[in-house]
Design a protein around this ligand. Structure first.
Ligand SMILES: [Zn+2]
Length: 177
């Protein structure tokens, strides 16, 4: 397991110190048949899990207790690594997953109008990916902004079209139909 794949938030202050050695990680899990989140306080450099709990506050509290106990017994000795097997196989997720990209209703309508494919070359397009909105009949030739005149185009087709004049483009589109 590569360490750069592990996403977590460093914890600062108190018994955790100020060097960001400890981190709060979260991972989705299934608990009693329900989807839940499991929180872990980890020491990534040492590959140690200090605490695991479905409650973030409890995970932090358990980790604090454990660190205090370890500090009392052996000042400076690394935390026992017997819990290292608790590392999950899949990469950890941050507590706040990135929100789904916003797709406007208009852009979605144009995408559906073009059946999810580039209007010119037929390349399948990813709704949330990079694709361009094209005027099928260019504005310069009286093409409107209504959804029926707008089509989805892949990046290469968009670049090709922007190189050609409106007349050339209409001629080409007419040939394709
Ligand atoms: Zn294309």
């Amino acid at each position: 397991m590569s360490e750069e794949r592990l996403l977590h938030r460093p914890i600062y202050g108190g018994v955790f110190g100020e060097d960001g050695r400890y981190a709060l990680a979260s991972m989705p899990c299934v608990s009693r048949g329900l989807y839940a989140t499991r929180y872990m306080v980890v020491q990534p450099q040492a590959g140690v899990v200090l605490s695991v709990s479905e409650d973030k506050v409890q995970a932090l509290a358990l980790a604090r207790l454990r660190l205090h106990a370890a500090n009392d017994k052996h000042q400076g000795e690394p935390i026992a690594a017997e819990q290292a097997e608790l590392w999950p196989d899949q990469p950890l997720l941050t507590a706040t997953p990135a929100p789904a990209p916003y797709i406007s209703r208009r852009r979605r309508a144009i995408y559906e109008h073009s059946h999810g494919h580039c209007h010119y070359c037929g390349t399948p397009l990813d709704l949330t990916g990079k694709w361009h909105v094209e005027h099928q009949l260019p504005r310069a030739l009286g093409g409107g902004d209504d959804t029926l005149n707008l089509v989805a185009a892949c990046v290469p087709c968009n670049l090709t079209k922007s190189d050609s004049t409106a007349i050339e483009f209409v001629t080409r589109a007419g040939r394709a139909n």
